[in-house]
Ligand binder design. Structure first.
Ligand code: ACK
Length: 184
């Protein structure tokens, strides 16, 4: 086809633009600051720090890498299933198989994996945030609501067990974005 011999990118996605990008970083830092003070959050801290009983400073704990973006298709330079088909089909934004990687998530609507990774703990790859999101959606689809822990200014904070926290925003955060690809 047309793309024969053309190398495919690491991934395609929407890249967040200024000034919304900076605003989102500030909002997430403020959120972590508040989270750090919640007793209910501290109570469950061991669920994801794996028993490290030292004090955890959340603002240091999560590190962000690279530009803020929402991946639409991870291509891994063509090595990933469906990469070529995705690149050749300009109308298809969300790939058909992105939700299939998590048990119980395969019947979710296309695009359910859409997310912007704001940060990861050391040693955790960014791919994990999308999988975490799918896991929470799968649990919700199974009828579980999570335990409402705190009404915050930003939204409602719920706990789904096993270190899974969900903040449901009161108002969506809107941002301009540019569709592009990364060759890394
Ligand atoms: O935060 P993300 O969506 O998670 O953005 C990065 C981007 O590609 C570059 O690493 C995402 N990513 C990495 N590996 C995969 C994968 N196997 N499937 C889907 N997305 C992935 C990562």
């Amino acid at each position: 086809g047309q793309l024969e011999g053309t190398s495919l990118p690491l991934f395609f996605g929407w890249f967040l633009l200024s000034p919304a990008k900076e605003k989102i970083c500030c909002t997430s830092m403020d959120f972590l600051k508040t989270l750090d003070t919640l007793e209910a959050f501290k109570k469950h801290l061991n669920d994801f720090t794996q028993g490290a009983d030292k004090e955890v400073d959340l603002e240091q704990y999560f590190k962000s890498k690279g530009p803020l973006h929402c991946t639409t298709k991870f291509c891994n330079y063509g090595k990933e299933d469906g990469a070529k088909e995705y690149a050749q089909n300009p109308l298809l934004l969300w790939p058909a198989d992105a939700e299939k990687e998590v048990e119980g998530a395969s019947s979710l609507p296309l695009g359910s994996r859409a997310h912007v990774t704001l940060g990861c703990a050391e040693g955790v790859e960014p791919v994990q945030t999308g999988l975490d999101l799918l896991e929470i959606l799968a649990v919700q689809q199974g009828g579980q609501k999570g335990e409402l822990v705190e009404e915050m200014e930003l939204g409602s904070l719920s706990y789904y067990g096993e270190g899974r926290w969900l903040l449901s925003l009161r108002e969506p955060i809107r941002t301009p974005a540019c569709f592009s690809s990364v060759y890394g």
